[in-house]
Write a protein that binds this ligand. Structure first.
Ligand code: PLP
Length: 352
């Protein structure tokens, strides 16, 4: 950051931005990257460079944060929501298959890597290829995870990362778009800086955006990348400790880890069955809140959100049921043993 200030590169471009992009390309094994102001901006530009607009449909994981789906609306397209698979909590490939068969207007799939766990990409890729639709990987939550031994981020035709303040590493706010298709990233680069044409004056032939990442924040991102491996180890350790401490509690289960990869365990998520556990999600959440400890219900599925009430949905009520019973526990990389024991103690005290 001192370098960025001393060299007076205090702008949404500069050597730190270039180096941050190159370092993420090397880390993820994807040759073209574009640093942006947010993960949401990355998802939006992915849709724009694919030419998706009014009249098009985009299949999207329903069990996610709204930022996965909002860019579909920005583009003027209609989301078709796909419920989660109980085995992974990520997009259910069987339901996606049905959605693609019944919605010929679907031109892309936004598959969301949930709470740090990758989707079942072998099956999703096969379906996308069969229907000739683009695969957009929303890897906002999964930087540092793996899929079949490969880093998360290389599975989509286009991939979005987020460096928002709540992620495993952060630039306070920021994102990145990656692809093996150079022309898409070049186009997104142009669009992200107000779509200025390559002439001396300001000439515009298409609508642009102000979506670039600042050189100062890219410097933060570069420093953060150096600690990514240890942060993932720390998050996984937090997850393992909770599993250990809560192993014998009936009616309490954890987000399943898929056999095809290793999650970065961004957040540790539990599901509480009230009949067996003698407590429920809301009682636990409120007991923690009374002690000034924040926990949150799992994502409310997009197909249940009032704002998306008119969107088609392929639903087996998996995510709806997880939303009713699930809780994200405190999961920060810096959580100590004692702090986790305190959380667990409060949780156990709510059982009747
Ligand atoms: C699944 C998912 N997609 C997209 C985003 C959007 O990223 P950003 O906050 O950087 O815009 C987030 C997180 O914020 C997210 O969790």
């Amino acid at each position: 950051m001192t370098d960025a200030i001393d060299s007076n590169w205090v702008a949404p471009l500069g050597p730190q931005v270039d180096a941050f992009e190159a370092e993420v390309e090397a880390l993820v094994g994807v040759p073209h990257a574009l640093a942006l102001s947010s993960g949401t901006a990355a998802l939006h530009l992915a849709l724009v460079v694919l030419g998706i607009g009014v009249g098009d449909e985009v299949a999207c994981s329903s069990f996610t944060f709204s930022a996965s789906a909002n860019p579909i609306a920005y583009a003027g397209a209609t989301p078709v929501f796909v419920d989660a698979d109980a085995a992974t909590w990520t997009m259910d490939p069987a339901l996606l298959e049905q959605a693609l068969a019944e919605h010929p207007k679907i031109r892309a799939v936004v598959a969301v890597d949930l709470y740090g766990q990758c989707c079942d990409y072998a099956r999703i890729r096969e379906l996308c290829d069969r229907h000739e639709v683009a695969l957009i990987q929303d890897a906002a939550e999964s930087l540092g995870a793996t899929y079949r031994g490969e880093p998360s981020g290389g599975q989509g035709d286009l991939t979005a990362f987020s460096f928002n303040g709540n992620k495993v590493i952060t630039t306070s706010g920021g994102g990145m778009l990656l692809s093996r298709h150079r022309d898409w990233i070049d186009h997104a680069r142009k669009l992200s800086t107000q779509a200025r044409e390559m002439v001396p004056h300001y000439e515009h032939v298409e609508i642009g955006f102000n979506y670039r990442l600042s050189n100062l924040l890219a410097a933060v991102g570069r420093a953060q990348l150096t600690v990514l491996p240890e942060r993932v180890v720390a998050r996984r350790r937090v997850n393992a400790r909770y599993r250990d401490l809560l192993a014998d509690v009936p009616g309490l289960s954890f987000m399943p880890e898929a056999t095809y990869g290793e999650s970065n365990c961004w957040l540790t998520c539990i599901v509480v069955d009230p009949a067996e556990a003698g407590t429920d999600r809301e009682t636990i959440r409120q007991a923690l809140e009374l002690e000034d400890i924040e926990s949150r219900p799992l994502w409310k599925p997009m197909h249940l959100q009032p704002v998306f009430r008119d969107a088609p949905a392929y639903d087996r009520e998996v995510s709806a049921s997880l939303f009713e019973r699930g809780l994200c526990l405190p999961s920060g990389s810096g959580l100590t043993d004692a702090e986790q024991q305190r959380v667990v103690g409060i949780l156990l005290s709510t059982r009747s």
